[in-house]
Design a protein around this ligand. Structure first.
Ligand code: AGP
Length: 604
């Protein structure tokens, strides 16, 4: 995914500093390259400045901060088509540099469009799919002499997904925009209008926003906001909403990285989520209870939390299946029936794979319920019902607080489902309600132990993460964190499964992280530890506080407070988040901007 931004001043102010800040606030969406297009107040022509690398690198090597403009667009890229270089950075322009476009999404038919346009004499400079857009606009503008009409014609030629912001000399007072399948939000400020991929771009200046829908097209100018829908002309304009976040939540504050801040925010995030989810959970409980079958669908961390839900719900007779979003069609697509329910889990609400899975299920008549963190998200718009968590904006690429708030949400939802059956689940809920306090009380201990272990594991190239039952999704999530943030090849297996092959990899000093829960699997996990230990494995165990048996067998331990067995496992992920974070920092890596990744994967 990429981040696009645009700003137009209502009062003839220089917007360059704010445009730069908008883009910085979107950099978690991709940081391979960045670029700006604006109308230079002197030259009245479009100036494009762009380069490979992060925004900070760009600012250090360009003179954009000396420029003056009242209207501009910008882009921060996560490359999909075309290598990471200056030419492939956005914005892209038409043959004469009179139309500049920034784009998030993928144009599937760009090669045939490019060939058609080249035959018409258009000259392309980049390898990107995006560059067909300004050339199409140039072509259709010649016919209609109206940018909005040209844009509608151009968009109808595109196959794929897009969120675009456009600047053109033909109508230099306006930023044109359109979306289909990728997020685009309009911010309404006192002094400016904002166009952005996500709310943090303009949150420090306004909380008033409009979430565009597929087919929405329009423009903002100094004095006007125009929105129409070219797919459904009768569609009412989007409703203005108040963003429920404050700017401090989208800033690092005194923390060195967003990831550490968001790990430490988990007590508050979980507390807010328990409250915010409880009400909505009542509205979905009957859907889940009466479903022919419940599929819980997500990607990455959202799949692992979905797996936690499957283990948990099965304990209470609620049949469900956690499904990796990108495998949904092949694995279960053919089995979907009209009275099935899809619980789609996505913190961003923009993950392409999850949205595709939902669209497939919808086409077969299934009911869609989503659990999201981003209330302006596409997934929320296409769901029959949606639950918005209270985690607040998560800027770090690694999911941390949104993972634990997803688990908290599943526990609250389960309570509501069991209530309909007259089953008491109060003990577990009371245990969940102690989590914020227990986490706060243990965060420093977790942090110190994680830092100590990070200094040992940082030189390793491989690791196992093992767990059983509810410990398995936690082990999977812990392994993902170390992989994606510290670049250590860490694999997770069900502890019982590890002896069916993977144990062949274990040799002297091989790191084995084990989730030891206070449950019926305890003795089996102890046995698995012994199997690893006798082959030279270095045992790093997360154990119930005071578990001397596990402690004596392990080389390094982190003690986890004993809570209800259905709630306690969510505590275990926090030291694993901190372990990944400190290992990355010890290795001199940026935990907020891990290589090759972006916060939300909005492409195939
Ligand atoms: C998690 O740390 C990763 N950033 C990634 O696996 C993420 O969980 C996945 O892309 C799903 O994102 P979503 O929750 O926004 O759908």
């Amino acid at each position: 995914m990429c981040g696009i931004a645009g700003i137009v001043s209502k009062n003839y102010f220089n917007i360059i500093p704010k445009l730069i800040k908008m883009l910085k606030n979107l950099e978690y969406r991709g940081y391979d390259s960045c670029g700006f297009a604006f109308f230079d107040c002197n030259s009245k022509s479009i100036t494009v400045m762009k380069a490979k690398g992060t925004i900070d690198n760009f600012l250090a090597n360009s003179r954009i901060q000396e420029k003056n403009s009242e209207i501009g667009i910008a882009h921060t890229r996560w490359a999909t088509h075309g290598v990471v270089n200056d030419i492939n950075a956005h914005p892209h322009v038409d043959c004469h540099g009179t139309i500049a476009v920034v784009h998030n999404g993928i144009i599937d038919n760009y090669l045939e469009l490019r060939e058609e346009l080249e035959l018409k004499g258009h000259v392309f400079r980049s390898e990107t799919d995006t560059e067909v857009i300004p050339h199409l606009l140039e072509h259709y503008y010649r016919e209609s002499r109206n940018i909005l009409d040209a844009l509608k014609k151009a968009l109808k030629r595109l196959k794929g997904t897009y969120a675009v912001a456009i600047l053109t000399s033909y109508d230099s007072e306006k930023i044109f925009f359109a979306r289909n399948g990728q997020p685009l939000i309009i911010g309404i400020g006192d002094n400016e209008f904002y166009v952005a991929s996500d709310i943090p771009a303009f949150l420090e200046w306004t909380k008033k926003a409009l979430v565009l829908r597929d087919g929405d097209i329009g423009f903002v100018s100094r004095s006007e906001l125009h929105i129409e829908n070219y797919m459904d002309p009768n569609l009412k304009p989007p409703e203005l909403f108040e963003v429920p976040w404050n700017i401090d939540q989208a800033r690092k504050g005194n923390f060195p990285f967003f990831m550490l801040k968001e790990i430490y925010e988990q007590p508050d995030a979980i507390q807010r989520t328990i409250i915010s989810v409880s009400h909505k959970a009542s509205e979905v409980a009957a859907d889940l209870l009466n479903a022919n079958f419940l599929y819980i669908v997500g990607a990455g961390s959202s799949y692992y939390s979905s797996l936690y839900a499957q283990y948990l719900y099965a304990k209470w007779g609620l049949k469900s299946m956690a499904v990796i979003a990108s495998e949904f069609e092949d694995l279960v697509g053919g089995a979907i029936e009209p009275n099935d329910v899809i619980l789609a889990v996505s913190q961003s609400g923009e993950t392409f794979d999850t949205i595709q899975a939902v669209k497939i299920a919808k086409s077969k008549g299934a009911r869609i319920i989503s659990l999201v963190n981003n209330m302006g998200s596409t997934l929320r718009m296409i769901s029959d019902k949606s639950i918005v968590m209270g985690a607040g904006p998560e800027i770090g690429v690694a999911a941390t607080k949104t993972f634990t708030t997803q688990i908290a949400s599943f526990i609250v939802i389960l309570k509501k489902v069991l209530e309909l059956q007259g089953i008491d689940y109060e003990r577990q809920i009371q245990s969940l309600q102690t989590v914020p306090r227990v986490l706060s009380e243990n965060m420093e201990y977790f942090n110190n132990r994680a830092l100590f272990i990070a200094n040992w594991i940082k030189v390793k190239t491989n690791a196992f993460y093992l767990g059983r039952g509810l410990g398995q999704p936690i082990a999977l999530e812990g392994a993902l964190k170390l992989k994606e943030i510290a670049y250590i090849h860490s694999e997770s297996y069900p502890a019982g499964e590890s002896k069916h092959g993977p144990i062949a990899l274990v040799e002297e000093g091989f790191p084995v992280v084990v989730i030891v829960l206070e449950d019926k699997n305890h003795s089996a996990v102890i046995a698995n530890i012994q199997e690893m230990k006798c082959r030279g494995g270095k045992i790093i165990s997360l154990i119930p506080a005071g578990d001397t048996e596990a402690q004596e067998l392990s080389d390094l331990t982190i003690e986890i407070p004993r809570l209800d067995p259905e709630v306690a496992p969510m505590l275990y992920v926090v030291p694993l988040q901190l372990l990944a974070y400190h290992t990355a920092v010890c290795k001199g890596l940026d935990p907020d901007k891990p290589r090759n990744l972006a916060k939300s994967v909005t492409v195939k």
